[in-house]
Design a protein around this ligand. Structure first.
Ligand code: NAP
Length: 319
């Protein structure tokens, strides 16, 4: 089957392409690069584009999508676009206005997927990361179930085809799943996931609830020097992944992506480089053996590239 059409079913009747383009780039990268990269990615075959209000690139990514629709490469319905509700908008009355802001920047009528970026609320306002005079992040107290109800209304209004979450642990997911009067379950949970942190337990939990796990930092990230922990080993230099890449005549990146696909995980890969985008897309024409899958499973060592996530210190969370 054509790689462009490989999708998995979501629990609300929609489906999601199994491989997505990550679009986050640090502030020193000119925003125009996101437009260029998204257009190239669509030409390469990517149909799933992952972005967020936080990345401040939705104007540029939207421009690329619209231009690829205008030139006849794709139709709007071929593209699966994800945006994320940032932590300063978790109060229920701010959810729809936030999505509308994203849609205005994108100049699109709807997003395919809208997800709560982190299970942590920050003080509303213009600052994406509000801090007090001592430099401490200012949290807000919001009932995540009330946020979820506002997400459900966005789906009912047709502004988001599907709704989900990101960076939730199983207990935080349970909070939503057990909410009295729940109308829609989250369709996905987007989390850091790669051979050094393979999320085996969370994956099992999500599968048992018919929630798709979406992997970010699947290549070991290294995108943002500020956020990403420095002393961690570089995933793509791992000797086991490299030996396996040699065995399959592939690259370590292709092995890392293929590993997730074979686990039933939807996987994101960020690249703004045409050659690497093509490489990342060539993961549908080989198969890792079950022994090799097990060998990669054994690389798990609880190494997370993203440290100090906002959720860790939030007073609203008790885990
Ligand atoms: P990633 O996809 O694991 O890695 C991206 C890095 O790998 C970039 O430096 C890229 O450089 C390089 N790269 C890409 N393909 C490669 C290849 N074939 N060989 C060698 N290097 C390669 O990391 P990420 O960007 O942190 O995560 C992916 C996406 O997930 C993000 O862009 C974003 O959309 C999403 N995300 C979500 C959250 C969340 O909280 N929900 C958090 C982080 C990320 P080049 O661009 O130069 O190729």
């Amino acid at each position: 089957m054509d790689a462009k059409f490989q999708r998995v079913a979501l629990n609300d009747g929609h489906s999601i392409p199994v491989l997505g383009l990550g679009t986050y780039a640090p502030s020193e990268v000119p925003k125009s690069k996101a437009t260029e990269a998204t257009k190239i990615a669509i030409d390469v075959g990517f149909r799933h584009i992952d972005a967020a209000y936080l990345y401040q690139n939705e104007e540029e990514v939207g421009q690329a999508i619209r231009s690829k629709i205008a030139d006849g490469t794709v139709k709007r319905e071929d593209i699966f676009y994800t945006s994320k509700l940032w932590c300063t908008f978790l109060r229920p009355e701010l959810v729809r206005p936030s999505l509308e802001k994203s849609l205005k920047k994108l100049q699109l009528d709807y997003v395919d997927l809208y997800i709560i970026h982190f299970p942590a609320a920050l003080k509303p306002g213009e600052d994406l990361l509000p801090r007090d005079e001592n430099g401490k992040v200012i949290f807000d107290t919001v009932d995540i179930c009330a946020t979820w109800e506002a997400m459900e209304k966005c789906k009912d209004a047709g502004l988001a085809k599907s709704i989900g979450v990101s960076n939730f642990n199983s207990r935080q997911l349970e909070k939503i799943l057990n909410k009295p009067g729940l109308k829609y379950k989250p369709v996905c949970n987007q989390v850091e996931c790669h051979p050094y942190h393979n999320q085996r337990k969370l994956l099992e939990f999500c599968k048992s609830k018919d929630i798709v796990l979406v992997a970010y930092a699947a290549l070991g990230s290294n995108t943002n020097k500020q956020w990403v922990k420095k002393d961690n080993p570089v995933l793509l230099e791992d000797p086991v992944l490299n030996a396996m890449a040699e065995k399959y005549r592939r690259t370590p990146a292709q092995v890392a992506l293929r590993y997730q696909l074979q686990r039933g995980i939807v996987v994101l890969a960020k690249s703004f480089n045409r050659k690497r985008m093509q490489e990342n897309f060539q993961v549908f024409d080989f198969q890792l053996t079950s022994e090799d899958m097990k060998t990669i499973d054994d690389l798990d060592r609880n190494i997370q590239y993203f440290g100090g996530s906002t959720s860790e210190n939030s007073p609203d969370l008790d885990d």
